[in-house]
Design a protein. Sequence first.
Length: 198
Amino acid sequence: MIRVAIMASGTGTNAKALLKAESELSDVSVELVITDKIDAGVIEISKSFSKPIEVIEKKESTKTEHESRIKKTLKDYKIDWIFLAGYMRILSSDFIDSFFDSNIQQSRIINIHPSLLPHFRGLNAYERAYEEKSEHIGISIHFVDGGMDTGKIILQERFQSDFNHGFEEFKEQGLALEHKLYPHVLKNLPLIQQKGHL
């Protein structure tokens, strides 16, 4: 059994999609949800799936201290893989290296990003793509490395938009694709763990 933790800071819609998919799996188990926000929507979502939720706020602690607490919690739950689902803190190289898998030469940390990387790395990717009416619109799921959305791509898919509708409808298109692709990666995690790709 592959033991997964989800780390999220916000509403938890991707976490919800992952948890729904996990309920049908026999070889992957989401054992834990971690958030750094006491009021994050993902807390109630986790409870609705009867999953342990750990709120690990940064507050006055240093980045190193905060990540040490997270690492201890992950170790306590014997976590093999981390899925970032709107986790809004940049992880340190030390943290990422602690999840490095020498067999696949990647960290066992996966992130989802709302653009066709390498386009629109970082924050507000939907907003920037919409403002530019970019043709590079889609979703990327990638391994996490030391850079900003620079890790090896696991899965990418484009979505179409004529930009004639408002931003919210544009974003909803993207979110629908996120909620399709991220569970697909979770379901195929045994293959990814073995080969380092889909």
